[in-house]
Design a protein around this ligand. Structure first.
Ligand code: CDP
Ligand code: MG
Length: 725
């Protein structure tokens, strides 16, 4: 062994015994696996193990999951479906898939083990960590696959971390999921739409594929629910949690962010060494709080130890994410007070990502939730109170390494009487249009009799069917149309899929492709606190009389003209990272368009091109239209009659009569965002059923539509609409 390491030419010589000698797939025992882990040679690469592998292995052996290895193999060998429940940090995500590797030996059979995660960020970080633990290169034996980013090697990758949404898409194309030997659904307690649907699909598939094994992993008591749903055995992993003392405020806090910052600083000044985890709701709030905590802590640096404040949220670039694992700064002077790390995170740190060393948790009791209002057909991200289960999880994060403290910024009475017991699963609070389209694609037609883990409200299903019908994805008998079948292939909302699929009819598929990619990434405009004016000026350069969709297109085109240059992007207050992502997505979508023979086209004349793009957008977004209600900037949404305003970041210089919008957001007031001007006659032409005037209430809007109808019918050869046919 030592010789092998010294002499690279000997590195490939196998020691006398194979590490996996005597392993019978799915009959593997704990002692066999423990021996293999200690073996000199890596069974998957045939290379000797590195010293790093041994160091990490020693740490892994201390994880609670490791103590349950024997039980795991006994139960897994005997059952097709099993449920595992264990506290966050006990080692489920990183260890269980590796145990399964030793059991399935997928590398010998060309099979893959999948482990799903609800979030992209944890999918990537788990794959990275496990590739290190297994001493292999990321993207080879161990890889990940998330929407628009695939880091796997066909034929080589046998352990694949992937988002639940990605696996759901794969199920559409291969309903038997034949390349997988075991599928692990992780973080099932989060009850995302995709994981819920996968549970239903896999439950059905298990009967047709007796060779497929399924593991459902959960961090909370929800496990009992899954156990019943699947009639499967449960393995309970007991953590090594330390006691956590919980404190409440005496009075409700009027401003939870301000209270949170105050509490963090109070802990820093008065409490023993130990890192702090603060839960806030979103990117902007987190970045602002970090800045303020850092500023205020710097006021008295000599008195208290150095403090590092680190943000954590899903859209954070991956290099920055890693900072949460950095050790705190050392003391300034040899005997000075030690440094402290403060992590300000969304609920991602609740169960998905464990950061060691946390002793104090500050919990204001809020999170951002996507809420769908079926009556007004609006999806909005709302700051909502967390559930009791979440509050307990958050507190638990303080007791990982030693006894900790949790500061709840609400009263004990509120905890008892105001917080719901459990969070509401996504299937009960989201728009189901994309899901229903996906289910139709895999052949599920009877949505009522579909084996839901929790059945959605009939109204939400009805709304989804109605939207898909209006888009032409399903016919009035409820059958998937040819258009719907192609729409389902694209990993986009049905509205945007529709626009992309029909865009060649308007000869602007090239531009719509770019817009679709730009609508699939986070906000591209940077607005640093100390450069707001400059950033706004830079942005104004891209505002476009026709609307925000055109602005996104222009930004992307400029980025390409400047050879994807990072410093160009930054000097224009644009996120280079987001633009690079949009570029990737565009390539990926383009490849898909090629596969479905959707031609890439563009119109040379700029004016005509703009017109065509706006018309194409109408074909998908005709249900997201608002009409100018007055001169005060109020708009009224079509059919739902909600009074909204253009979001302050909207780039339209005028206030056109009719606009389509990409999102409706409820913050301090209702806003529509990413807005483009359209004409009433286009709505009438491209969505005649939805714009059947007999279904409209009498009023200004109906009048305007009637006027447009006359114009449209009176001039069937209208140059604007005809030249693109
Ligand atoms: O899934 P679960 O919450 O049960 O635990 P895990 O994600 O498998 O993490 C187990 C341990 O692995 C953590 O407590 C960390 O010590 C370590 N880990 C790490 O160091 N880096 C990661 N990216 C993930 C886990
Ligand atoms: Mg986990």
């Amino acid at each position: 062994m030592t010789d092998n390491k010294k002499n690279p030419y000997l590195a490939h010589i196998r020691p006398s015994k194979e590490p996996l000698h005597g392993f019978i797939p799915r009959r593997v025992t704990e002692s066999q696996v423990r021996k293999a882990l200690e073996h000199e040679v890596n069974p998957f690469t045939q290379e000797p193990h590195t010293p790093q592998y041994r160091d990490i292995l020693e740490a892994r052996k201390k994880l609670p999951v490791f103590l349950h290895m024997d039980e795991f193999f006994k139960v897994f060998n005997e059952n097709q479906i099993i449920i595992i429940e264990g506290e966050p940090g006990s080692g489920k995500t990183t260890q269980i898939p590796q145990f399964v590797v030793y059991s399935d030996l997928p590398h010998n059979k060309g099979k893959i083990i999948a482990c799903t995660q609800p979030r992209r960020i944890t999918t990537v970080s788990a794959a990275k960590r496990v590739s290190e633990e297994m001493d292999v290169e990321l993207g080879r034996e161990v890889g990940y696959s998330i929407r628009f980013d695939d880091m796997t090697e066909p034929g080589t990758t046998f352990l694949k971390y992937m988002t639940d949404g990605k696996l759901l898409r794969e199920a559409m194309n291969d309903p038997k999921l034949s390349c997988y030997s075991t599928i692990i659904l992780d973080e099932a307690h989060q009850r995302t739409l995709a994981t819920d649907i996968l549970m239903s699909i896999l439950k059905g598939l298990a009967k047709r594929r007796p060779d497929l094994k399924i593991i459902v992993m959960s961090a909370t008591l929800d496990a009992l629910k899954f156990q019943k749903y699947f009639s499967a055995p449960l393995i309970k992993i007991h953590g090594c949690a330390h006691p956590v003392e919980v404190f409440y405020t005496q009075e409700p806090e009027p401003d939870y962010v301000e209270a949170a910052i105050r509490t963090v600083l109070m802990i820093h000044r008065a409490e023993e060494p130990g890192d702090i985890l603060l839960f806030l709701t979103g990117e902007q709030e987190i970045e602002d709080a970090c800045r303020q905590i850092q500023l205020e802590a710097a006021l008295d640096p000599n008195f208290f130890g150095p403090l590092t404040c680190i943000p954590l949220y899903s859209s954070l670039p991956s290099q920055q994410q890693k900072r949460v694992f950095d050790p705190p700064l050392p003391p300034k002077t040899p005997n000075g007070p030690p440094g402290r790390k403060v992590i300000v995170s969304t609920n991602i740190a609740e169960t998905s990502l464990t950061i060691d060393g946390i002793v104090y948790v500050v919990d204001p009791g809020f999170e951002k939730q996507n809420v769908y209002h079926p009556r007004i057909r609006v999806n909005s991200l709302l700051v909502t109170p967390i559930s009791k289960v979440s509050a307990k999880q958050r507190a638990g994060r303080a007791g990982r390494t030693r006894p900790g403290k949790c500061f709840r910024l609400y009263t004990e009475e509120d905890f008892i009487s105001e917080l719901e017991e459990e969070s509401v699963p996504e299937v009960l609070r989201c728009s189901l249009a994309g899901t229903v389209l996906g289910l139709f694609k895999i052949g599920v037609k009877d949505l009522v009799r579909f084996d839901w883990v929790d059945s959605p409200a009939p109204e939400a299903l009805l709304r989804a069917l109605e939207l898909l019908n209006h888009l032409g994805a399903i016919d009035t008998d409820g059958n998937l149309t040819a258009l719907g079948s192609i729409m389902a292939e694209f990993p986009l909302d049905p509205q945007l899929s529709k626009v992309l699929v029909v865009s060649p009819e308007f000869r602007c598929s090239d531009e719509i492709l770019t817009i679709a990619a730009m609508l699939s990434v986070p906000n591209v405009w940077l607005r640093p606190n100390n450069h707001r004016k400059k950033a706004d000026a830079a942005r104004a350069f891209y505002t476009n009389v026709d609307g925000d969709h055109m602005a996104l297109l222009n930004v992307y085109n400029n980025y390409i003209q400047n050879q994807l240059d990072v410093s160009w992007a930054e000097s224009h207050y644009l996120s280079a990272e987001v633009l690079a992502e949009a570029h990737n997505i565009r390539e990926e979508l383009m490849w898909m368009m090629e596969r479905f023979e959707i031609e890439l086209m563009s119109i040379a004349d700029e004016k005509k091109r703009c017109l065509a793009i706006r018309q194409a957008l109408c074909c998908g977004f005709f249900m997201q239209v608002a009409y100018k209600g007055d001169e005060m900037g109020n708009y009224i949404t079509v059919k739902d009659n909600q009074v909204v305003q253009l979001h302050p970041c909207c780039g339209l210089r005028t206030q056109p009569q009719w606009v389509i919008f990409n999102d409706f957001i409820l913050t301090t007031r209702p806003y529509i965002r990413t807005v483009t001007e359209v004409r009433a006659e286009w709505l009438l032409e491209y969505a005649p059923v939805y714009y059947d005037l007999t279904t409209f209430q009498d009023g200004k809007m109906k009048k305007a539509l009637r006027k447009a109808a006359k114009k449209y019918i009176g001039r069937p050869n209208d140059a604007d609409t005809e030249e693109h046919r």
